[in-house]
Write a protein that binds this ligand. Structure first.
Ligand code: GMT
Length: 372
């Protein structure tokens, strides 16, 4: 099949899922065309069957807000026509599904171009609920030829809040378990913690919903009882406040802010625990990447996370903001070798059996075939 994929190319779960999906589809022989305003961060444009089409958004003094949505729609129609695309698959409803709908209408006199919208979370739970975006988000879902959501929780939430009658199919996030592997020796941890402290890791876009300050508070509390070092991978609005808090709590020597990182599959396996203290997660892709690397998560019981992590089996779930409870779980994993081995191996097993690419990618292929 010839598939056009659009996503936010920046650091964020939806862009990562879209990019990894495109790469996986390409290795399965499909022709994949990324139509985005910049090269998606994890995209290897040299890979076989992968094509990249940049969306140029021209400005004009009259435009206080350059109409990206229109530039994207034009580019989608152009690429679809030129490369005979079978369908468009957009990730994150706003504004991608509206652009896809316009692209579809531009081609309608000549050919059919179905489009699928994958809902990722904040497009529904945060941005989509904003009064200025609610009606258009609802409309774009209704107009999509196929809609998928990355968890049951997000599906239920969408049906309830938007009152749409679409058949929303749940297709979970996935991880490539060959690329994401455990590292039992964790030798590389010494580059960050030369005194042999165990590593905790957090990965996100440092937006308020991620509660990155809680990671610093947990690290400080853990260090009262056990030597640990925290890796903070990613960047975003709460990085400054997190650095400030680390200084205030006198732990800045024990926290490394890495900024945006490629190849997190080389970083995550060095850690013993992944922290995901989010206010909301519709799925929690970072936790899944951790599980594939045999790094259990101490996370919050929110949104779709319980569909991924089974509390006490392959990770831990605690209440949002309960630093004490999250700290206790981290300490248990750091100090009890048998417990760590058991939970880490169950986490890897969950990734392998429920969320690996071989399990999930065919679900997208099936949906594409049904639509065509
Ligand atoms: O979490 C973010 O702020 C990024 C956001 C995105 O769309 O890039 O992530 C959402 O999509 C991810 C991939 O499907 C999910 O794993 C995240 O749970 C989801 N984030 C939220 O629901 C807050």
């Amino acid at each position: 099949m010839k598939i056009g994929i659009t996503c936010y190319p920046t650091y964020g779960g939806s862009g990562i899922v879209a990019t990894e999906l495109g790469l996986e589809l390409a290795t399965r022989g499909h022709e994949v065309h990324f139509i985005t305003y910049a090269n998606p961060i994890r995209l290897d444009t040299g890979a076989a069957n992968i094509h990249y089409h940049e969306v140029e958004v021209s400005t004009y003094p009259l435009f206080q807000y350059p109409p990206y949505c229109l530039a994207l729609a034009s580019r989608m129609a152009e690429v679809a026509e030129e490369h005979a695309l079978d369908l468009l698959h957009v990730h994150y409803a706003i504004p991608h599904s509206i652009s896809a709908m316009l692209g579809q209408q531009m081609l309608a006199p000549r050919r059919r171009l179905p489009f699928i919208t994958t809902l990722h979370g904040t497009d529904i739970t945060l941005v989509g609920l904003d009064r200025s975006y609610f009606p258009i988000t609802k409309f774009s879902i209704e107009k999509s030829d196929g809609v998928t959501s990355i968890s049951n929780h997000l599906r239920e939430h969408t049906l309830e809040v938007f009152g749409v009658s679409n058949d929303i199919r749940v297709i979970y996030n996935f991880v490539n378990c060959t690329i994401y592997q455990p590292d039992h020796e964790k030798e590389g941890a010494r580059q960050f913690a030369p005194e042999g402290e165990k590593l905790l890791i957090h990965l996100s876009n440092f937006r308020p919903v991620k509660r990155v300050l809680d990671c610093i508070r947990i690290l400080a509390a853990v260090r009262n009882e056990y030597p640990a070092h925290l890796l903070m991978a990613g960047d975003g609005p709460d990085r400054g406040p997190a650095e400030h808090l680390a200084r205030e709590l006198n732990v800045s020597r024990h926290v490394t802010f890495l900024g945006k990182r490629d190849h997190v599959e080389r970083l995550i396996p060095l850690a013993h625990v992944l922290l995901m203290p989010s206010e909301m997660e519709s799925f929690g892709l970072a936790a899944l990447e951790g599980m594939a690397c045999g790094v259990p998560s101490v996370a919050t019981r929110v949104g779709g996370v319980p569909e991924l992590i089974t509390h006490g089996v392959d990770g831990y779930l605690e209440a949002v903001g309960d630093i004490g409870a999250q700290t206790k779980r981290v300490l248990a994993l750091l100090t009890d070798g048998d417990l760590f081995a058991q939970i880490a191996s169950a986490a890897r097993e969950t990734a392998l059996t429920r969320f690996c690419t071989d399990e999930i990618i065919p679900q997208y292929e099936r949906l594409y075939r049904e639509l065509l």
